[in-house]
Design a protein around this ligand. Sequence first.
Ligand SMILES: [Zn+2]
Ligand SMILES: [Zn+2]
Length: 320
Amino acid sequence: MIRSIVVICALAVAAAAQTQPVPGQGLAEGLFQLHEMDMHLHAGMERPVDMKTWIDLAVKDGRKVFVLLDHIELYRRSQADYDAWREKSKFFALYPLGAAGHRALMTDFDNVARRGDVIVFKGWEVSERELDSGLEDAPLRMADVLGFHISPNNGGTPPNGRTLIRRVRQLLEAQKKYPVPMILFHPFPMRMENLQRTAQKQGRDAKTITASEYRFFQPGEQEELIRLLKGQSIYVEMNWDTEAYWKIQACRDALIADIKPLADAGVQFTVGSDSHYLAHMRKPFRPASWCEPAGVTALNTNTVVRELLAIRAKRSFEGK
Ligand SMILES: [Zn+2]
Ligand SMILES: [Zn+2]
């Protein structure tokens, strides 16, 4: 009896969460494929080559739609710190610090958009901690889209369902001031990174970490997240980091259990390479193998592109 009640309850949650197909998504011509979208490409201070070479590599790989961005905190350092870091890491890119750097970066992104073979949206990657400490107003207002770096918090508590729910509430609040689509970057692989590093530090074989330890959500948290995100312009990222964890059975089981119910219930995802280095950029970005089994389809991930295009179209005649 109890068992059948549990089954009925589970079915009820699934039925309630199931979304209707959205009209206007029936034509392949109207959708970008997963590998054609890179909604998290670093193209600022850490860029190892000139911008044209960098974007050419991504275009050659088949990518067409981009969120180009940089870590916002990099522009806050002292000149001496920046010079030493840039020299040591052999970065090609050179930007001024502070406000002049923000402007120079966004101008570079505008110039990429003029290539004609790419669709470019401008963004920032902002540390999730700035949602607690305060957001830097002027640069944020230059962006079409804002991504928030969910930290692995190595050495501390790994990110989990509570973290994500708290951050979503903060993003909903922040969107009152910054009305742009927002993305929660790479929550799931960051938990996996933390757990594996912790195991290593404790002398435990990381292969013994179970799927239930890897699980991001506790019972009830997915339903809460689904409720919070319903109809909102907040997206969750499927990051290329996921690919490495996908090869591990326990990680794969946890990823599917964590992500698929969200996607099936209409939570909207983005795909991003998070490429920083040439080695990244020379590898083919093929997200389908670790997105589709988790329910993250081209259909699902096109929503953010459509929203950004609509905002751009509306802005294009504002003030005219
Ligand atoms: Zn990040
Ligand atoms: Zn990043």
